[in-house]
Design a protein around this ligand. Structure first.
Ligand code: CMC
Length: 388
């Protein structure tokens, strides 16, 4: 009694059992419900992977069709919710707006407050997966002062997202299949990553009995930081700051300097110390997108590739197992597609939603206790309030 383990950063503490995702960081293995991420990226698609994460098995053809139509059924948001946007400054960071509007969904879907009914939990999951792209696109449209686009249910999940962002495809303008596939892959590669900071936040919030929309809003807040989902945005800012290949050595030196807080964004991972399997697939997609757009000679990309080469050969990075992670390449792809940098983490949040909700659902379906970490108190011993 009174004894507990001190583990800052939860480096060696398992807070839960889970059947959803397996990671072997040393071997660079990532499995969702047993299936390798490389095979899912190649043969599956984002919504099928969402079904897999939620239900534990790949859907049959009929189940998949039903799932797709259920998601399409939920793509619109309540018209009242669109008024929330007007309360934000147009230059607000999109993640700030997302924290607000996703949490606000709790005010619209009161049946989702009944978290102990599995049917209602699944409806909440469907609502969140379906509405995240709609809200994400609304955040963007609001920031540039354009009207919101209604979702189009004749399009695939990714095509519809690009349509709501960029008003395509219209009569004569179709979303490029390569770009739509790249978008789908970005969502899929972010779909889940076991007990990362944002998922653990969702679980912790959920362990109090909070409703799913509030829990996912908490996850979005945790994702925002540059050490987590904010890294994709930080990568692009870093590449812009480097500006020219001739400056790379200076930035590498800064990253190695222990007196300088600068880190190479998009490098390193708490769990992967050899390579990030998602980054491998992402790099391949990155090459496809840049070829499709004729951007192979993009100066920023050249800086990125040189940085990658130096960092993967330099002793400092090799010794510490710091390799390009998923966010290194996703930022480059998103920029090429035309997504503004401030929106990158919103895209990550959209992709991660099935993972968050699958973990929340797994927890609520099992015997769980409120999450309540302990601490090592290092403050004052007892002292008396000064006499007046
Ligand atoms: N650049 C330079 N040095 C680094 C970096 C980096 N990006 N990352 C870690 N290090 C060094 C760090 O200074 C430390 O050195 P030393 O042992 O000499 O003190 C050593 O590597 C271990 O670092 P750590 O901070 O103990 O590692 P961690 O597991 O706590 O942090 C991380 C992991 C991802 C937060 C960190 O690598 C980082 O800040 N990377 C940059 C941000 C980034 O790309 N984040 C996205 C992660 S992938 C997507 C996601 O999951 O959200």
């Amino acid at each position: 009694k009174g004894l507990f383990t001190y583990d800052p950063g939860f480096v060696s503490t398992a807070a839960t059992e889970s059947k959803i995702t397996y990671i072997d960081g040393d071997a660079g293995v990532l499995l969702h419900r047993g299936y390798p991420i490389e095979q899912l990226a190649e043969n599956s698609d984002y919504l099928e992977t969402c079904f897999l994460l939620l239900h534990g098995e790949l859907p049959t053809a009929e189940e998949k069709e039903n799932f797709l139509s259920t998601i399409k059924n939920h793509t619109m948001v309540h018209e009242q919710l669109s008024h929330f946007f007007n309360g934000f400054r147009r230059d607000a960071h999109p993640m700030a707006v997302m924290c607000g509007v996703v949490g606000a969904l709790s005010a619209f879907y009161h049946d989702s407050l009944d978290i102990h009914d599995p049917k209602h939990r699944m409806i909440s999951a469907h609502r969140l997966i379906a509405k995240m792209p709609t809200l994400a696109a609304m955040v963007y449209k609001y920031s540039i002062g354009q009207p919101f686009m209604y979702p189009r249910n004749d399009l695939s999940y990714s095509e519809n997202f690009l349509h709501m962002m960029f008003n395509t495809p219209c009569e004569d303008k179709k979303v490029s299949p390569v770009l739509a596939k790249a978008m789908d892959r970005i969502f899929l590669l972010h779909a889940d990553h076991e007990q990362n900071a944002s998922t653990s936040t969702v679980r912790l919030a959920g362990s109090t009995g909070a409703n799913p929309f509030a829990c996912i809003a908490a996850g979005i807040a945790a994702l925002w930081g540059p050490a987590h989902g904010g890294a994709n945005e930080a990568v692009l800012r870093m590449l812009a700051e480097i500006g020219d290949e001739s400056n790379i050595d200076k930035f590498i030196a800064k990253a190695k300097d222990k007196d300088d807080p600068f880190r190479l964004m998009g490098f390193g991972h708490r769990v992967y110390k050899n390579f990030d399997p998602r980054a491998k697939v992402m790099k391949q997609t990155c090459d496809e997108v840049l070829a499709e757009l004729g951007m192979e000679d993009d100066p920023m990309l050249k800086i990125a590739m040189k940085l990658e080469k130096i960092a993967t050969e330099d002793e400092y990075f090799v010794k510490r197992g710091l390799y390009p992670n998923v966010d290194f390449y996703s930022g480059i792809i998103l920029k090429a597609i035309g997504i503004p940098t401030e929106m990158f983490t919103v895209i990550f949040a959209t992709g991660r939603t099935p993972g968050w909700i699958a973990h929340w659902n797994e927890m609520i379906s099992s015997d769980y206790r409120i999450g309540r970490p302990r601490q090592l108190y290092t403050g004052h011993t007892r002292r008396d309030y000064p006499a007046k």
